[in-house]
Write a protein that binds this ligand. Structure first.
Ligand code: AMZ
Length: 243
């Protein structure tokens, strides 16, 4: 299982939010490139970046910080937030981003997902963010009448193989991931699932690791790392099966 340290960008700074609310932001760093390098130095194999302003605006807003991150590390970087057209996907991949995550576009512009997968294959992921079971979009301010599983089955039809599943109610709250929903989504969809939201302890990583057979291939960790609740090298060891 791959463990992804998360860098959430707001106005060029690394922040963490609670349940995705911008007014809950805590700033952890003013230098996203250094933060990314620090995670790499501690052993990170892949870095997860979210352009929060982008997710709200519907187009990237932290392109310069994303470029800085990519230039500061040698490990691959995946980016989501505000990616809603092919030109933006191409721009980010051109910057050196390894994989892009499409969230709202899967609801608002489904044809884009199929088109992007056809062109870029497994470099395209879909992020499915669920609030009380229903898919949320546009910075999570809006929910649609579709369950996470319904959307997962649709994106599978469009050629997607890996999704990032976030339980919004847990995000930034250090209360543990939604293991049942994550495992069930992976099993029922047959997709590879990266779990996000609430991951807060080494035990959470152990529990997600046990869902590997169901298709859980990764876990995203944000606040637990920034708050010091979890040390990245220890979390990585468990994710690799050495812990
Ligand atoms: O915290 C939030 N309010 C938030 C967030 N972290 N809103 C969106 N996102 C993330 C999703 C996904 O990775 O988890 O942004 C991406 C989706 O953005 P978009 O613009 O494609 O819907």
């Amino acid at each position: 299982m791959i463990l992804f340290p998360a860098i959430d960008l707001k106005e060029g700074q690394c922040v963490r939010l609670i349940e995705g609310r911008m007014d809950s932001a805590t700033v952890y760093s003013h230098d996203p490139g250094s933060t990314a390098r620090a995670w790499q130095e501690q052993g990170a194999e892949f870095i997860h970046v979210v352009d929060l302003d982008g997710a709200f605006a519907g187009q990237p807003r932290n392109r310069r910080s994303i470029a800085q991150i990519v230039q500061s590390v040698t490990v691959p970087v995946q980016v989501g937030g505000g990616i809603r057209d092919l030109a933006t996907i191409e721009d980010l991949l051109g910057l050196g981003v390894n994989r892009v995550i499409l969230g709202s576009a899967a609801i608002l512009r489904p044809k884009l997902v199929a088109e992007a997968v056809e062109k870029y294959g497994q470099r395209i992921l879909v992020g499915i963010d669920a609030k009380d079971g229903l898919v949320a979009i546009q910075g999570w301010g809006e929910t649609v009448e579709k369950t996470a599983l319904e959307l997962a089955l649709e994106v599978k039809e469009w050629g997607i193989t890996t999704i990032v599943f976030t339980d919004i109610r847990r995000d930034g709250k250090l209360i543990g991931p939604n293991l049942a929903a994550t495992g069930e989504l992976a099993k029922a969809s047959g997709l590879q699932v990266i779990a996000s939201g609430g991951v807060s302890s080494l035990d959470d990583i152990r529990a997600l690791k046990e869902l590997e057979d169901s298709g859980v291939v990764g876990a995203i960790m944000g606040k637990a790392l920034y708050s010091g609740a979890v040390r990245l090298p220890e979390a990585l060891a468990i994710a690799r099966g050495e812990g």
